[in-house]
Design a protein around this ligand. Structure first.
Ligand SMILES: [Zn+2]
Length: 357
């Protein structure tokens, strides 16, 4: 989906609204307050009046785009740009492309990432599991003065505390001179663990995890993996060792070899490579708070890599009720298939429904 096509297909807000309405409701608007299909004609502000509960609603009511102040045309452009950017795009680029403020672009992008996180993944067959750590490396300071386990960050913090009444270490002054910038965020602190599982030739799921231990690993596997029909491949990390008791499990001891006749964790490793390249290349540094959103984005893109309907998926997902992540609904469920089909049909035929009602 390119921008020219969007501009042609949706020349005004009316066409864009018609499209969203068709994707969400099909041919008849449904009141989001009472579920009635008995609604009066659309107002100029694109809202309907429900004849049953006598309240107004619009196509974005109770969806991910609830209360959006941006026009739906801008949202369509945004979806097109993001789904086209295979390696990700920064909020600043989005701001330049869409002519919105950097802050709005940043918020919008995070909203899109939330939209991406919807849906339910289930894995079976050969499933590889591994964890990676995002952020800087914890550095040990190698000096005669600081032996022992003192963290490099702690060392610098101590120095700062000792010296700030004598010197002013102005970060901005250094930046202004164009000399150097702060070390990437996360450096010197512990890295943040991200745990992932990928089905061979299938979907990936990854989550930021507070603690990488057996309890959390077990919960994640039980949530996403078909325990009876799958074999789990991990490395020799101790927290994985108990999987033998609950699922068919193969450990690859990386100190001995990385792969043996197809037994390896190469798929999940290559997913980590995408994540790391993306975070370093495009987003430079990601704060811990928003890391889960970025991880969702990488998962979404990976899982949609073989389809060319990422744009339609985003449009459809954006029309889902925002407060209910549809648990247990797989990507193949009928509701999703139908909605995506409506989204695709309209775009491919270039035929807009003249009116949803
Ligand atoms: Zn109603």
């Amino acid at each position: 989906m390119n921008l020219i096509k969007i501009a042609d297909s949706f020349p005004t807000e009316t066409e864009a609204t018609n499209y969203f309405e068709y994707v969400r409701w099909g041919n008849k608007p449904i009141c989001c307050h009472c579920g009635s299909k008995n609604a009066s004609k659309r107002y100029v502000d694109f809202r309907y009046f429900c004849n049953e509960c006598r309240r107004k609603f619009s196509v974005t009511s109770d969806t991910y785009l609830h209360h959006t102040r941006l026009s739906l045309r801008v949202w369509l452009m945004c979806f097109a740009i993001i789904s086209d950017a295979k390696k990700g795009i920064s909020a600043l680029q989005l701001h330049r492309h869409l002519g919105i403020t950097p802050k709005t672009a940043w918020k919008m992008y995070h909203q899109v990432r939330e939209i991406m996180s919807d849906g339910f993944i289930s894995l079976n067959g050969i499933v590889e599991m591994d964890e990676t750590y995002v952020g800087g490396k914890p550095r040990k300071f190698q000096s005669a003065k600081y032996t022992g386990a003192m963290d490099y960050n702690e060392y610098l913090e101590d120095k700062l505390e000792d010296l700030t009444d004598r010197f002013t270490f102005d970060n901005n002054a250094i930046k202004k001179n164009g000399l150097t910038e702060d070390a990437p965020r996360g450096r010197g602190t512990s890295k943040v663990p991200v745990v992932g599982m990928v089905q061979r030739n299938g979907d990936v799921i990854a989550e930021v995890m507070k603690k990488t231990n057996w309890k959390n690993f077990k919960a994640m596997v039980q949530h996403y993996v078909d325990m009876d029909e799958s074999v789990l491949i991990t490395d020799e990390f101790k927290a994985y060792s108990k999987f033998d008791t609950i699922i068919e499990h193969i450990k690859i001891d990386h100190s001995k070899m990385y792969s043996y006749k197809g037994l390896n964790t190469n798929s999940i490793e290559s997913f980590w490579a995408i994540v790391k390249r993306g975070i370093i290349g495009q987003y430079h540094s990601v704060s811990e708070k928003y890391l889960p959103n970025y991880v969702d984005e990488f998962c979404f893109k990976y899982n949609n890599r073989k389809f060319d309907d990422m744009f339609e998926t985003l449009v459809f997902n954006s029309m889902l009720p925002s407060d209910t992540i549809i648990k247990g609904m797989t990507t193949n469920s009928k509701k999703i298939r139908d909605g995506k089909k409506r989204a695709r049909d309209v775009v491919s035929s270039q035929k807009m429904p003249s009116k949803a009602a």
